[in-house]
Design a protein around this ligand. Structure first.
Ligand code: 6GU
Length: 244
């Protein structure tokens, strides 16, 4: 899959996407991340990418010409690509959107900055507008990295273990159970004995109970939508979750 990123801060993308599984996926040719500097598509002498808002007000607005110029150059360079504007005014990004995007051959991510992008870009030159959460970032760059990361890990071969991407939280609608590794005792904090008992069925039930309890306390919105089995109800009733 090819990611085409439009930004005025291209260097922000170098190390975050060069590390870990995403970096490996690039090295192995499973994904390609092309970062384009919007400034390179500004036609004026000073390569301006922003200007003052019509009607007055605080801050600057990103000009349409450089972004649309970059989009046209990208569209001309290969198969049709879906273009998404990263903006706090977009619809909320989630695992289902990541899954849908992972099916595309090529995706353009436009990083908005300042007070926003000229409305005509949003309306006429992008297919979708996405936000990654209800908080404000200084620009869409970090959001674009979130999208690249979450989509990449769903692509065949990227994680190595094909099962793991499908098993996580949100692919199934409960949060994951707690995980422990060595040492068995860390500064007086010990691993729950059930995990050392060797009985897979006992461990499975404990994990399910923990996952349900954790979902109930941390994400009541997800919990409310769960279809609990009789076993699930029993696990929630019977367990002592030792809340702190
Ligand atoms: Cl996509 N952009 C900005 N600037 N802030 C955000 C966001 C995007 N998503 C959440 N906050």
């Amino acid at each position: 899959m090819i990611f085409e990123i439009l930004t005025i801060f291209p260097s922000m993308f170098s190390s975050p996407l060069a590390e870990g599984m995403v970096g490996k996926a690039c090295d192995r040719g499973l994904i390609e991340i092309r970062v384009h500097n919007i400034r390179d598509f500004a036609a004026d002498r000073h390569h301006m990418t922003d200007d003052r808002p019509f009607g007055g007000g605080e801050g600057m607005v990103m000009k349409p010409e450089p972004i649309v110029g970059a989009l046209r150059a990208i569209q001309a360079s290969g198969p049709a690509a879906r273009s998404i504007l990263l903006t706090p005014r977009g619809r909320m990004f989630d695992q289902e959107t990541a899954r849908q995007l992972s099916l595309l051959p090529r995706l353009v991510l436009i990083c908005g900055r300042y007070e926003g992008v000229d409305e005509r870009v949003e309306q006429y030159f992008t297919d979708d507008q996405i936000s990654i959460g209800d908080y404000v970032l200084t620009g869409g760059e970090l959001a674009a990295m979130v999208v690249v990361d979450s989509v990449s890990r769903l692509l065949p071969g990227v994680l190595g273990n094909e099962g793991s991407a499908l098993e996580d939280s949100f692919s199934r609608p409960v949060l994951e159970h707690p995980q422990y590794t060595r040492p068995r005792d860390f500064e007086g904090l010990s691993v729950p004995p059930v995990l050392l008992c060797g009985n897979h069925e006992t461990i499975r039930r404990w994990r399910r109970g923990q996952a349900l309890h954790r979902t109930r306390t941390r994400r009541p919105d997800l919990f409310a939508r769960l279809d609990l089995s009789p076993e699930d109800r029993k696990l929630l009733e019977d367990s002592n979750f030792g809340d702190r």
